[in-house]
Structures are given as structure tokens and as C-alpha cells.
Design a protein around this ligand. Sequence first.
Ligand SMILES: [Zn+2]
Length: 57
Amino acid sequence: MGKLRSSISGGDKLVCENCGVELTPERIYVHEINGIKHYFCCEHCAHEFERKLRTVH
Ligand SMILES: [Zn+2]
């Protein structure tokens, strides 16, 4: 007990790349940015994430 478990290598679990909420096949918003698909919980998060990417440069 108390040790860290490496649950990252599980695989299938997707989370919103903007807010980190867990995504299900029924509730998923896929948005392609620069040819790469990103997964979000809603359109709002997709636009928020894209805006953050653009602000970097
Ligand atoms: Zn989200």
C-alpha cells in the first residue's frame, strides 16, 4: 500500500485533452489540429485547446 501503480499503460481510457474529464464512445468530440486528431469532451474544450496551442508561438 502507498506505492505508485503504473496505470498509465492501460491504454483504452481516453480523457479530454483540455480539462481531463473521462471520455466515453458516446460522449466524445474529435477535433483535428494540424493533421493530428485530438479528443475532447465538448466543442468548447476543443476550441480552448486549439487556442492554447496557437498562443505558444
Ligand atoms: Zn473537456
